[in-house]
Design a protein. Structure first.
Length: 66
């Protein structure tokens, strides 16, 4: 079975970081921490835009973003 990048049911906001962690096979907390650090050091705005874009384009099999 091939791996697909999709939103995770292990979610805090929309499941984007959890989905990336599942795809890479690492702990979601590590991905969330790295994302937060990168977002802060990139002046936050690009990180927020990237998260919104990923939340829109990543497929979701089990639930919808609220």
């Amino acid at each position: 079975m091939e791996k697909r990048l999709k939103k995770s049911s292990d979610k805090k906001i929309c499941g984007v970081c959890g989905g990336v962690a599942e795809y890479l096979g690492i702990d979601p907390t590590v991905v969330r921490a790295l994302y937060a650090v990168l977002a802060i050091f990139s002046a936050a705005f690009p990180g927020v835009i990237l998260y919104i874009v990923l939340a829109i384009i990543m497929p979701s099999d089990e639930y919808r973003c609220q």
